[in-house]
Design a protein. Sequence first.
Length: 242
Amino acid sequence: MGLFDLFKKNKTQPNSDNYINSTLSSIMQELSEKSDKNVTTENFDNLEGLEFENWCANLLRNNGFINVGVTRASGDQGVDILAEKGEIKYAIQCKCYSSDLGNSPIQEVHAGKSMYNCHVGAVMTNRHFTSGAKELAEATGVLLWDREKLLQMQSNGEGSENNYISGKGLDTDSVLLDAIDLALAEGKINTSLLQRNLMIGYGKAANLIDKMEEMGIVSKADGSKPRKVIMSKDDVVKMLIK
């Protein structure tokens, strides 16, 4: 489905705030789902913790999961991703390791799923699981998605082409889209706000603000003051579908 089709299927009046919010959210999600991080089977083993979690989140979206979200890095109670499919809510832990996983991730996500009121716990990993981990998972009902399962899911989600915003040559990676969404919600943006909410480093946050300035979404730098959002949600939607 093209971006313009998102407008045609929305029945709300074009001038309403609900229409703008809903359409922007739909565009953000569709672009995010199609930005497969340019991660191939050859290098996904090299992803760091949060990078792997975001990669797994996109993998889930490309395989029909909805309401997929990465939890905060600290105090996540053993759950890295929350997602839904059908009527089932999933609490998922992601582990990018250099060796096979033992019991700990299964124990953590089994306890964590109750904290998030989820039906099922799952562990995603680039490796495999020990025999003890498999026994514990069977006893607790935790799903184990190992390397072969991830590769299968990746194959299921192939065919998504990289997208670009307004022909500006800016990759529509999910972090940039999240940054735009946060800026629009707050009405302003700075590096510390991005770092806290997106759990990224200063350099990445500064780069995202530069991209939003280039796109005309935020104002130019004014000392240490936060950048003001100078584009309305309606204008952002129009820009994204050009």
